[in-house]
Design a protein around this ligand. Sequence first.
Ligand code: CIZ
Length: 323
Amino acid sequence: MAGYADEPVPEGIDLAKEIRRLAGEKRAVIMAHYYVDGSVQDVADFVGDSLALAQQASRTEADIIVLCGVHFMGETASILCPGKKVLVPDLNATCSLAESCPADEFARFVAAHPGHTVVSYVNTTAATKAVTDVVVTSSNARQIVESLPADAPIVFGPDQNLGAYINAVTGRNMVLWPGACHVHARFSVEKIVALKQKHPAAKVLVHPECKGPVVRLADKVGSTAALLKYAISDTATEFIVATESGILHEMQRQAPAKTFIPAPPDDSACGCNECEYMKLVTLRKLYLCLRHEWPVVSVDADTAARAIRPIERMLDISKRLGL
Ligand code: CIZ
């Protein structure tokens, strides 16, 4: 068992209030990714993308970090904060991208490309990060790749869609690992075009994990943080959003007068553009996780010692570039 399948909570309990009480009592900080359910985002001390969560984790003074997101996010916090207890409310909350890139297979891929700099997306396991030179997130991938020497041969994994997008905007020719995010890969060009016909004034916001033809429909391509910033500051009042639909909660919170329409996926997905792993994190599990201080995410010392180098390199470059 890797989470709280069916443990009940006391009847009549105000979960949000109890979570905040426990967090104060235990000197715990609650961090949530934009893709988790809105009710969980609402009780968090901090909501952000992977880059912001890693930056927050690296400087927190709390004794316990509760990472409301998927497993690799907990691993990153644990690697950055070896003395702290890092909890993830459900260890079954995995990531299709991280799963698509097993460390041993990636290590063989890297070995088949000697002399290449290895750039890995943050959506990887600690073991895959351990065979990486520099980690990137969608908020800093372009700038970090551009910071490498122009003639440096690069292996990029695991998201081939993000990698192809970075190749296109930087003119690099990175060798791509053939992985993809199951949510972003299934957005449908036809359905977005049909939606746009119904909402001609709407701007189309697309995450670079989407396939090329979907990216080419975009008025703005970017990470969740970049899409959020654009949606809030742009003069348009209607947006079609092609990324995991959890981000709509923060968009709507920050721009209540604007309309955000989730882009439809293709028919293979039963109309769903949610990540079922992110949605495993619920208020009930967050409450139980804080109460029992379980499940803990841990990374073995050897893997952590190797994985911290590319993560710190990412944080250093991001700091230097003001990201
Ligand atoms: O970097 C992240 O947090 C992910 C997975 C997406 C995004 O663009 O924020």
